[in-house]
Design a protein around this ligand. Structure first.
Ligand SMILES: O=C(CO)[C@@H](O)[C@H](O)COP(=O)(O)O
Length: 218
């Protein structure tokens, strides 16, 4: 069970210390938004390169951008240890996943709440993780969408049928109140922004979330 705090809820003026505050996490989740695929703009490759210099934990890049075919490999080449692109945006998801892996990173694809998983089951052959969004991508602090749990179950079942180790990530509204149902449905990587950086101790929040997920492992 792995926790990946989203720095979208961190203090952007102090990202190095915000990363150091979650050194007990498994990953640092970096949300790249382009104001086209989603109606919000965050940061891009130069900032990710700077974060990679100082992050005490591996970086998990979630690309909420158009044309990931063009941009995603660059994040892997820069040293991001995991790069996730959206199937809704990719022209050639197989080639994009292969390019990420060829550059040395774990590859993942994400599906928005309205996007079914089943048409993409074959893509499991090309990736190391599937991200099931539990909010509409674009902003932190939104309400968790419990109606995505059947999709998490479907992904977990498909991974089990296939064999091998493919992680199932959930992102959006994940907190102490919602992480149990995610774990029970089959998620094993949990992105949490406000439930980590909104607390007095981000490190304690990471430990608490991981313990809750472990207790409800599927
Ligand atoms: O990708 C996104 C939003 O698009 C997420 O990573 C959020 O940033 C998670 O924030 P919380 O819902 O946990 O506050």
């Amino acid at each position: 069970m792995q926790i990946s705090p989203s720095i979208l809820s961190a203090d952007f003026a102090n990202l190095q210390s915000e990363l150091e505050a979650i050194s007990n996490a498994d990953w640092a989740h970096v949300d790249v938004m382009d104001n086209h695929f989603v109606p919000n703009l965050t940061l891009g490759l130069p900032v990710v390169e700077a974060l990679l210099e100082v992050s005490p934990v591996p970086v998990d890049c979630h690309l909420m951008i158009e044309d990931p075919d063009r941009w995603a490999p660059g994040y892997a080449e820069a040293g991001a240890q995991s790069v996730t692109f959206h199937v809704e945006a990719a022209r050639d998801p197989v080639a994009t996943a292969r390019a990420i892996r060829a550059a040395g990173a774990r590859a993942a694809f994400a599906v928005k709440p309205g996007t079914p998983f089943d048409p993409y089951e074959e893509l499991l052959a090309e990736v190391d993780m599937v991200l099931v969004m539990t909010v509409e991508p674009g902003f932190g602090g939104q309400s968790f969408m419990a109606d995505q749990m059947p999709k998490v179950r479907r992904v977990r079942e498909a991974v089990r049928r296939r064999g091998g180790e493919i992680w199932v990530q959930v992102d959006g509204g994940v907190s102490a109140d919602t992480i149990e149902q995610c774990a029970e449905a089959g998620a094993d990587v949990f992105v949490a922004g406000s439930a980590v950086y909104g607390k007095d101790s981000a490190a304690a929040a990471v430990d608490d979330l991981r313990a809750l997920a472990e207790r409800h492992r599927h």
